[in-house]
Write a protein that binds this ligand. Structure first.
Ligand code: SDX
Length: 420
């Protein structure tokens, strides 16, 4: 078994462990036909709200399962590629070899981008790219791409699907550009012979990745591609439901993903681990965090009340990358100890477990990536899920427009300014 096969075997072992720890019956309530009108019990944050029907993917929160188009995430992580998984999400089926080759060629063809985007990154306020958060720069660049696309305002499903494919390619390129500029180096051109995962790493680091690094990045991109009605996906659907164009849609989704309660948590997990500093400090840090009711980055989830299946894979990958790497081992050992303590206390009390963001940063750090770039990598993957879902909804579009309960006064007199 070579090193890449060993990585795939780790995914298989994670699947076996998950199967032992949870049964695989999907929750009955959210699988099946959807006949409007429906009633559901709602709580703050639209908890419990049903936004739409979908065939794209399903998160089974009580069992800790995730499926894309019916296929279990463990299968896809072990056997698929990000390109193939993106095709599956967008078209609803696994591609034939020819379809996959054509899709890959299309992505490679779209990767080089108009030099205007680089000029914006180099000269505009984002020229201080070091200070501007990379997700802010990424969202700006997507809007610049929209300005450069004379078909941007064509909101047909066909045209917006093509834009999504273009953005799968170009968000990777822009992420690479931002990473290079932040480290004071010039961007490198995409290398069409590389896979998407390898190209993303190459454009960020300037070095062709090893087969193991490429495989690990590919698995991480697969894991982050789609996840139900999460805040950034729902943001994309809400924006697109007004028939705003696909660029405005994705720029808005990037804005939502940036938040620390969402995709921005992966970066903060690393800062927390660095703040803890050593395995010996974990217990004191955790107790202090509990006393101060501090939100533990990388833990908890609106839907998962079991261990996030994606963390079940990213954790062992982080462990694998900590072998022969003392710095990564230091980070990983702290993470493992914190994981154990949180699961033993909050896991029991409040069903709070590690989520996808808890180990991903250690994996990316081991791949030589700066923490500020962790969330753009999340976006470089989630563009596929954002696209698949807003395109699915666009097929039978109806603008999202919920209500609010008005709790203010209703018969107030207007008081002239001299009497206020
Ligand atoms: C992602 O939705 C998705 O699918 C998202 C995502 C995806 O793939 O798109 O999975 C990606 O965003 C993962 C989540 C990344 N964010 C974090 O790791 C930030 C830390 N997590 C929390 O802020 C929180 O768990 C959320 C935001 C993820 C979920 O928040 P909820 O569902 O609104 O839960 P809540 O804040 O109402 O908490 C319920 C209780 C509270 O305690 P009580 O007030 O009832 O006593 O659980 C506690 C919270 O204090 N709690 C936590 C906690 N998460 C919840 N306490 C400490 N640390 C935490 N992380």
């Amino acid at each position: 078994m070579n090193d890449v096969e060993a990585i795939n075997a780790m995914v298989r072992q994670a699947a076996e462990k998950a199967a032992q720890e949870t049964n695989d019956e999907p929750e009955p309530i959210l699988v099946g036909d959807l006949n409007w009108p429906i009633t559901c019990e709602l709580r703050p944050g639209l908890e419990g709200a049903i936004a739409c029907g979908t065939k794209i993917g399903y998160v089974n929160g009580s069992k800790g399962w995730l499926i894309y188009r019916g296929i279990n995430i463990f299968e896809l992580a072990e056997k698929s590629s990000f390109e193939e998984t993106s095709y599956l999400l967008l078209y609803g089926k696994l591609p034939t070899r020819k379809e996959l080759d054509n899709f890959r060629m299309k992505l490679a063809g779209y990767m080089p981008i108009d030099e205007t985007v680089l000029a914006v990154l180099k000269r505009s306020p984002t020229a201080r790219v070091r200070d501007t958060h990379p997700m802010t720069a990424l969202g700006l660049c997507v809007l610049v791409l929209g300005m450069l696309d004379e078909k941007a305002e064509d909101t047909s499903v066909e045209n917006e699907r093509e834009i999504v494919i273009k953005l799968i390619a170009q968000i990777a390129t822009i992420t690479g550009m931002i990473a290079r500029l932040r480290s004071g180096r010039d961007p490198v051109e995409p290398e069409p012979s590389l896979s998407h995962a390898a190209n993303l790493l190459y454009m960020m680091t300037g070095e062709r990745p090893s087969p193991v690094a490429e495989r690990i990045m590919d698995i991480s991109l697969i894991l982050h591609a789609d996840h139900g009605m999460n805040a950034s996906t729902f943001s994309a659907m809400v924006i697109n439901s007004s028939l705003a164009n696909a660029y405005a849609t994705i720029s808005g989704a990037i804005g939502s993903l940036k938040g620390s309660l969402h995709g921005g948590a992966n970066e903060r997990v690393l800062y927390d681990i660095e703040e803890i500093g050593s395995v010996d400090n974990v217990e004191a840090w955790f107790q202090k965090a509990r006393e101060s009711k501090r939100k533990l980055m990388g833990f908890g989830h609106r839907v998962y009340k079991a261990y996030d299946p994606r963390a079940r894979i990213l954790g062992p990958l982080a462990g694998k990358m900590s072998e022969n790497n003392p710095e990564i081992k230091r980070l990983y050992d702290i993470a493992r100890k914190l994981d154990g303590m949180v699961c033993a206390e909050l896991g029991v009390e409040k069903k709070i477990f590690p989520n996808v963001d808890f180990y991903s940063g250690i994996v990316y750090r081991a791949l030589g990536i700066h923490a500020g770039m962790f969330t753009p990598i999340f976006a470089a993957s989630r563009i596929s899920g954002w696209g698949a879902r807003f395109l699915e909804y666009l097929e039978n579009n109806r603008i999202f427009r919920p209500r609010a309960v008005y709790t203010g006064p209703v018969r107030e007199e207007y008081t002239p300014i001299d009497r206020r």
